[in-house]
Design a protein around this ligand. Sequence first.
Ligand code: AN7
Length: 403
Amino acid sequence: MIQLRCIKCNKKYPPEKRIYTCQCSGVLEVEIDLGEVSIDKDRLRRRKFGVWRYRELLPINKESKIITLGEGGTPLYKAETLGRKIGVKNLYIKNEGANPTGSFKDRGMTIGVTKALEFGATIVGCASTGNTSASLAAYAAKAQIKCLVLLPSGKIALGKLAQAILHGAKVIGIKGNFDTALKLVREASEELNIYLLNSINPWRLEGQKTEAFEIADQLDFQPPDRVVLPVGNCGNISAIWKGFKELKIVGLIDSLPIMTGIQAKGASPVVKAFKQGREDITPVEKPETIASAIRIGAPVNALKALRALKESGGIAESVSDDEILNAQKMIACLEGIGVEPASASSIAGLIKLLEAGEIDRDERIVCITTGHALKDPEIIFKEYERPIEIEPRLDKLKEVIKW
Ligand code: AN7
């Protein structure tokens, strides 16, 4: 049995109901009766990697037309060199930039757009700091339905904007930030019959919980001690925590990791609330950071995230733009993994917490890098030297090569 439950007042709704929030305005969670689920490691191992490897734990009808681009199945790297540099023996990087459109959002959209079709929607929409729009535009194209995306004008990394345009979405810039755009698209979804696929949509997060399933699976069901990831609108950390809890309930793992959420200093309402022991956030009016993906001041899933942090005995920390850029360079040059700035905040946060003695160096740690470096090429050109140009002569080449 599947139902929707409000995480604030516990009110339940049947899954056929096309709603995003409770009457009390609390956010909803999908509840699957895990007692009815039969799943075992041997059956899983016979299937290929990816979101749909875990279909027994996903809330999709058997008859549904599944919209997929082959999402998930991303590599989990043992980060030996970076680990040695920062003094962690067992450091892993789960690289979500390896998804079809270059971010973890694809895991959510395969479920979200499949669900949109189940509901008979012909238009999907979102507000976005970039990656959600790139992903939704691609999945809407695959499903051959219309897609509307509202973006904070001038604040979107170029690669993401290019993707949304390429896949044929109706892309509209909003004078304001992400939070303003989200408010408008929520209003528009009511009036214009648009199926909303921001992370306020509980079905979408069901796809993202497979990040937890895959991490456990790739570590032979010996879950890590800790998972570190960037936090913006708070959907992903909530989804991943839900995923680990479900794996434990169905008996595939015996322990749960400590969740560790990292925000950028200029956009860190969750870190502030966490440190003050509160369950509600005070929105940041003018969020600012070079990590544009997580430039979010009023995260809609904050309550879910704060509960995930609390239940797992976790930590929330913020990092500066310089720390983020430094971490981006370290991952790129020590491990060969190119990530966008928001993603690098997980490593930046880990370094900060190790130095502060809040994380034990003996832990087995997984850092999630959420989006690909090419999403934001402008940052790279701004922060790094451009190539010099020479005449095509060997003596000139010898002159300029100084390793
Ligand atoms: C690379 O695309 O919110 O805490 O509109 O793109 O689940 O919001 C992106 C978020 C981390 C934060 N890393 O995840 C959007 C959007 C990257 C991201 C996050 C985002 P959530």
